[in-house]
Design a protein around this ligand. Sequence first.
Ligand code: ASP
Ligand code: MG
Length: 477
Amino acid sequence: MLVMKFGGTSVGQTQAFSQVTEIIARARQQDTHVVVVTSAMKGTTNTLIEAAQAAAAGHEQPYHAARSELLLKHQLVAGQLIADGVERAAYGRLIDDLLRSFERLCQSIYVLGELTTRGLDVVSGLGERMSAPLLAAVLRAAGVDAVWVDAADMIVTDAHFGDATPLMEATCAHVNARLRPLLDQGQVAVVTGFVAATADGIATTLGRGGTDYSAAILGACLGADEVQIWTDVNGILTTDPRVVSEARTLPELSYVEAAELAYFGAKVLHPKTILPVVEASIPIRVANTFDPEGPSTLVLPEREVVGSVKAITAIHDLTLVNVEGRGMIGVPGIAARTFKAVAEVGANVLMISQASSEQSICFSVPERNAAAVVSALEQELELELRRHFIDRVRVQEHIVIIAMVGAGMRGTPGIAGRIFSTLGAAGINVIAVAQGSSEVNISLVVSEEDAAEAVRRIHAAFFELPTPQTSDLPLSP
Ligand code: ASP
Ligand code: MG
């Protein structure tokens, strides 16, 4: 049993549809049970949302334009890849109906001058309802027996519109009842990503990028052997290839490492969306639709993964805030009050470090929040500042966090030492350091000017040694 998810670029235009069709046809030869989950065609969800927002703001033209644009975009693929006239006409009617209801929805939004999150979910979910039937028809045209299935008939969620949470028990009952018979007959089920419904049948969505989540939910319910995320990059890389041209695909990564990388800004699987498969210990493969034979990444339960430093990420546009003073030594509660003040202005703290002498606490926040954070701290700690228990709240702008992630760093001595000697030899100043007690990551702060060079140096030190060939791992069935 295989669940294969295709993202927006994988169904971006005609060529991509052909590519996806080949990938599915090949998978179908190796596995009798194949479920496909598809995103909307690239850009569609944004177009739908923007049109609805414009309607609420009193503009009718954008949704009329969106209707024509989306009709053309989908019909173009249908025209090029569905030879059978009856099939093409059937798809034509379907998309026409969907776009007509889109226009009606936008018109009501325009009349009301209001767009609720509930209404937005109806509109934003239309993209997947256009792409899934199209992909199913394209597959049939290529000789693959496929049917499309609306996930709203299977995935049951709470009523948290725009970012709903699945109710797994009810969902799994529907998924198995609906999909098993199709799969047992040898049909490929092409399911709409992103969309779901409440138990009362009210449309919901699983949050932007939610098709990964849909795939994970279906994979968990069906007990799939593997969930495959087909995207437009070769899996998860050691670092950003725009910074380090030697960046390469990680053949394996643990769930925890993937979560840590996501936290530090790498564009990988979101921890929330993969939770259903993590709980079921189902492996996730991240592969490239446009290079299906190329390297891909397998994300696995931790016990099955080895290696020390796996990947390096950099988060930019941060400010480092230091709360400093001798008066902090042994005084409880300063840290708590500091972070309470930070939380109150809604700033996200990405890294914290406290010197063991307790003379300073430093942490990083996004640049845009820095001014608000400082004034909140000066207010909260006013008394201590006046009495010079705390000398000052100091900021250092334009800093970058570099995070090294790898579960194998746990219990492996010398990794931090190697990082620092590497940076020291390059004359790069490390401003602050933190290591989570899980030891799955080491984070350090450097200035913006040093960031790219620091990433390159660390990458070279840890990854650019002769290593076994990792690029010829077969795609598992
Ligand atoms: N189409 C939805 C979005 O753009 C879901 C997805 O692509 O995963 O957010
Ligand atoms: Mg997407």
